[in-house]
Ligand binder design. Structure first.
Ligand SMILES: [Zn+2]
Ligand SMILES: [Zn+2]
Length: 138
């Protein structure tokens, strides 16, 4: 048979009277008994539910606080990011300015490709120039 906590602690028999909300011992000592009628049980559950509601509200408030903090951080991060982008943009502008003020409009890379350093044409022309020049001089 189920015992209420007090009877269990006391090691005494827990006898619930049909006429009472409490067990016999609790009734005699005017204590609240957890084996009492459903109504007190309902109140207890309701109290627990209310307590959980409070905790939920507290948690939601905490979540809102944390979200607000995160929004502030994201905002700060965006500000930092914007500054970063401005810096990059500034550097790009500098590079473009340097390129435009530099020599021809032809990009250096394309210029390199048009005349490879090790192209055989140079050697042939060199020998031709050497022989022709030597021939005319001598
Ligand atoms: Zn009892
Ligand atoms: Zn009891």
């Amino acid at each position: 048979m189920r015992k209420c906590t007090r009877c269990a602690v006391d090691g005494a028999p827990c006898i619930v009277s049909e006429l009472s909300d409490s067990c016999e011992r609790c009734y005699r000592t005017h204590r609240s008994c957890e084996l009492s009628a459903p109504w007190s049980e309902v109140q207890k559950v309701l109290a627990q539910s209310d307590k959980l509601d409070e905790q939920i509200l507290e948690s939601q408030a905490k979540i809102l606080r944390l979200r607000k903090q995160k929004r502030a951080l994201v905002k700060k991060l965006k500000e930092l990011g914007a500054r970063e982008e401005q810096n990059v943009f500034g550097l790009e502008q500098d590079e473009q300015a340097a390129a435009s003020t530099g020599a021809p409009s032809v990009p250096a890379s394309e210029f390199d490709f048009s005349v490879p350093v090790d192209f055989p044409w140079n050697e042939e022309m060199a020998t031709l120039l050497d022989s022709s020049s030597g021939g005319t001089v001598v």
